[in-house]
Design a protein around this ligand. Structure first.
Ligand code: BGC
Length: 748
């Protein structure tokens, strides 16, 4: 109740109190339901199966014949043996399947429909790594929102996203799914995407329950090999790998997925310390934990559980609430409880978490939620979403190099040769985890360029090579096309197959067949613009590395061709910045900018007996944060408001940016710090703030960023956040390698 001028206004409650009252009502309803459930029905609520009902998105009829799989799943749903389904989307289908649960099962508990909506549903946005290159949090929130709208209309309630695994080894195939190597970017994008998916109110039909994954440290797989072991100090875990999860939970994410990997000898999906002590005990997480695809069953392969029954027991007791795909919970929970190996209280707790989430989604009031064929028609691939995909696409592109201002290219009067396996291709526009994409919504490079070109311009398209193998006569045809052109647009890189789950690579370079093509084309002497397709930081070599202009274009999704054309022809000056380092060579992996100094830091000169490889400097070819635009921007030396910071104080760091070009420039000013003397060795640089600013053509702007006491926090030897007095370096720079630092002292 609210007191206004001493008068109590009955019926008026504050928002937190309304939420608390609703949660209380939900809890009563859920507990009442649990009291009526058999142990089989309880196990059923914890059993998640993949959706075999892949009917047509429209025109599904109640009488449609079921195949064996569908008939079995339908029977299980009606018997209350399945509580959730994943990766079957479509309003008509989900409505019919929901009917089986609410109308034909004993308790009528609605199903939860989940799906891997990672970067769009029908409209495909850039892969998350690409979108992170925008350094634009608002954009990430908007694409997640649009994906949620499309998903909600298709009857989905939960998305298995965002992936918030910090990824510092570019060999790992799943780098493409996340926000790259930096902790701050991972935290901020985790928040933006969680908010975008979940919207303002989880009950809204267009809100998708977010599921930050994979908890935890999956991105640290040894040698970047997928599913591999991780072994790290608790300090590293808490400093680097856990913060993005915490950020997503603080932003309201109400589910999470336990990872495949073992961590310090204990598989994540059987790791009570992670799933219960930290997640619940320390962080107070109130949602539910779902295993990754059979990850609890894989405790057997890990050598951590004897058999399926044992695996189910260990996972459940560790804190995995819902089992994905294996069926082990359904199979073994009744007996585990009967034998006393698992207390019923633990089962009830897991069921309560799942049912409370269903209640928070509003499924008990409206089990069909947003599933609506007309809404699907309206929002799937809508003009608005495609415009957003194009905007996201062009903002994700990073220009690494532009010698002699080769870019932007004129739209008229020139002959262009588009060469390479990704020129006409439409299969590899989308990247991994685009299982629900509408392939009709696909603008290939060729299509995008053609529709941008104007009078007197022409474009030839020559494949030249397959992605990983030469094609007969390919190089000859490509050379002829290059010779006949003014400029070569070389579309090379990785296919989706090379950059996804289980697609780790020992060599993060461009396949030999494409390199040979690049050499031959470059030998014609024609200027070459490389349009790189990729899902990770790559090693660039030979004619690709030496090309005068280089654009990183990731997998940009539905609007790929238009987005690339926008940048290539200058309608949009490039604004993207690398969220991962591009090392000189694959063998530097894992290479990331925020590494430690070691006792023998490598130096550009005098390199003997310092920490480095023989062949290349201990730097990136293109560092984290790097990205050029169509105007040269220079930085003045950094200025600090004082050369000392008081305890709990604050400083301002500022720099003058000067645009020496004739176009306005958009610049991302990055504030990095280094703690020079700490009781735990600190990274050589650490991103603490960044700000996008516009610098007018030929003009200058002053950019000031705050440097706060909290920015100096790190985890001490006791794993507690601490700040220690001493000397600090500060950079305001265009990337993680550029610029000279200034110093200040923190006084206690
Ligand atoms: C992946 C998850 C994904 C799940 C369901 C697993 O193989 O690791 O990221 O959400 O499959 O499709």
């Amino acid at each position: 109740m609210l007191l206004l001028g001493g008068v109590m206004i009955a019926g008026m409650m504050t928002a937190p109190r309304i939420a608390a009252a609703k949660a209380e009502a939900n809890l009563e309803r859920v507990n009442a339901l649990i009291a009526r459930m058999t142990i089989e029905e309880k196990a059923g609520q914890l059993n998640l199966q993949n959706d075999p009902f892949r009917w047509r998105p429209e025109g599904v009829n109640p009488g449609d014949a079921l195949n064996t799989d569908q008939a079995q799943t339908a029977a299980d749903i009606k018997a209350g043996r399945i509580g959730a389904l994943f990766n079957g989307v479509g309003a008509a289908t989900t409505r019919l399947v929901q009917d089986m649960a609410v109308k034909e099962s004993r308790l009528g508990i609605p199903l939860l429909f989940a799906a891997d909506i990672i970067h769009g549903l029908k409209t495909t946005f850039p892969v998350p790594l690409g979108e992170t290159a925008s350094w634009d949090l608002d954009l990430a929130e908007r694409t997640a929102r649009a994906a949620a709208v499309e998903g909600g209309a298709a009857g989905v309630h939960q998305t298995y996203a965002p992936m918030v695994d910090v990824a510092r080894d570019q060999r790992w195939g799943r780098v493409v799914e996340g926000a790259g190597e930096d902790v701050l970017l991972n935290r901020l994008f985790a928040i933006a995407r969680t908010k975008g998916f979940q919207g303002d109110d989880l009950k809204d039909w267009s809100s998708l329950l977010a599921c930050p994954k994979h908890f935890a440290a999956y991105g640290a797989a040894e040698a970047g090999m997928d599913y591999n072991s991780t072994d790290m100090s608790e300090l590293e875990l808490r400093s680097v790998y856990l913060p993005p999860f915490k950020a997503a939970f603080d932003a309201g994410a109400l589910s999470t997925m336990s990872a495949f990997n073992d961590l310090n000898g204990v598989p994540a999906s059987g790791n009570k310390w992670l799933l219960t002590d930290i997640l619940r005990g320390e962080w107070g997480f109130a949602g539910f934990v779902v295993s990754d695809y059979t990850s609890e069953q894989e405790l057997i392969a890990h050598g951590f559980a004897a058999d399926g029954r044992d695996a189910a027991r260990i996972a459940l007791m560790a804190g995995v609430d819902m089992s994905m795909k294996s069926g082990l919970y359904m199979e073994h929970i009744p007996d585990l409880v009967a034998s006393g190996d698992v207390p019923i209280e633990r089962v009830d707790e897991a069921v309560r978490r799942v049912l409370m989430t269903k209640a928070a989604l509003g499924l008990f009031e409206n089990p069909y939620r947003g599933a609506d064929v007309r809404t699907e028609r309206r929002v799937h691939g809508s003009r608005e979403h495609l415009a957003l995909a194009r905007e996201a696409g062009r903002k994700s592109i990073v220009m690494l190099k532009n010698d002699g201002d080769l870019l932007p290219l004129p739209k008229t009067g020139k002959t262009y040769a588009l060469i390479g396996p990704f020129g006409a291709d439409s299969a590899d526009l989308f990247g991994p985890w685009s299982i629900f994409k509408d392939t009709k919504l696909a603008v290939s490079l060729e299509q995008g360029l053609r529709s941008a070109l104007g009078a007197g311009a022409s474009l030839t398209v020559t494949k030249g090579s397959d992605v990983e193998a030469p094609i007969a006569g390919g190089i000859e045809a490509a050379v002829a096309a290059a010779q006949a052109a003014d400029v070569v647009l070389l579309a090379v890189g990785e296919s989706t197959e090379m950059s996804a789950e289980s697609k780790s690579r020992v060599d993060i370079g461009i396949p030999a067949a494409q390199l040979a093509l690049a050499e031959a084309v470059a030998a014609t002497g024609k200027p070459v613009v490389v349009i790189l397709r990729n899902g990770r930081g790559m090693e660039l070599a030979g004619a690709v590395k030496d090309a005068p202009a280089l654009l990183v274009t990731w997998f940009l999704g539905s609007e790929t061709g238009n987005a690339v054309a926008d940048v290539l022809f200058g309608d949009h000056a490039p604004t993207g910045r690398l969220p991962v380092s591009f090392p000189h060579r694959s063998g530097q992996s894992p290479f990331y900018y925020a590494h430690k100094a070691t006792g023998r830091p490598s130096k550009p000169t005098d390199r003997e007996f310092t920490s480095k490889f023989r062949e290349v400097p201990h730097t990136a070819l293109y560092p984290f944060g790097h990205g050029l635009t169509y105007a040269p921007v220079s930085y003045s030396p950094v200025r600090l408001s004082a050369d000392a910071m008081a305890w709990n104080g604050e400083l301002t760091a500022s720099v003058t940016l000067t645009n020496g070009g004739t176009r306005e420039a958009s610049e991302v000013v990055q504030l990095y710090i280094r703690d020079r003397t700490a009781s735990i060795t600190q990274p050589v640089r650490l991103l603490r703030h960044f700000k996008r600013v516009t610098v007018p053509a030929g003009g200058s702007v002053e950019v000031a960023l705050p440097l706060k006491f909290e920015d100096l926090l790190f985890l001490g030897q006791d794993l507690k956040p601490t700040v220690e007095p001493g000397l600090f370096d500060v950079w305001l720079s265009p990337d993680a390698q550029a610029g000279e630092p200034v110093q200040f002292t923190l006084n206690r």
